[in-house]
Design a protein around this ligand. Structure first.
Ligand code: ZN
Length: 124
């Protein structure tokens, strides 16, 4: 995705750009919209909920391949096949929830620690 044709997926308005110390940031021009895009080839613009779910999915998935429990390539081929996504950063909220559920199941099956989900963490 190039910066030029990058629009808010909810409002279909071109993002407004600013340079931050974390890199280039695109925001939906509507003040109440939470859609942000950090200009990165492997992500798409997303609202606050989706970005939180993407972070949660990465937190569950990344240790699996970093810890050699599963090969990274195999992991992402599984996601492509089961969830039709090649990158967590390009996934919508529904897909992220599926990836999170998959990761929790994988962790249980392999005797790995299962962290509380965000909902459970909030309830405590
Ligand atoms: Zn918007």
């Amino acid at each position: 995705m190039s910066r030029k044709d990058c629009v808010c997926p909810i409002h279909h308005l071109p993002l407004t750009w600013s340079v931050t110390r974390y890199g280039l940031r695109g925001d939906c021009p509507l003040p109440r919209c939470t859609v942000v895009w950090w200009a990165d080839a492997h992500t798409t613009p997303a609202d606050a909920e989706t970005r939180a779910l993407r972070q949660q999915a990465h937190a569950l998935i990344d240790p699996l391949w970093k810890g050699q429990h599963v090969k990274r390539g195999r992991l992402y081929r599984t996601f492509k096949k089961q969830f039709h996504t090649g990158h967590i950063g390009e996934s919508d909220a529904t897909t992220c929830r599926r990836i999170i559920a998959w990761a929790l199941r994988f962790r249980r099956e392999h005797g790995l620690p299962v962290p509380p989900t965000q909902e459970e963490a909030v309830a405590k």
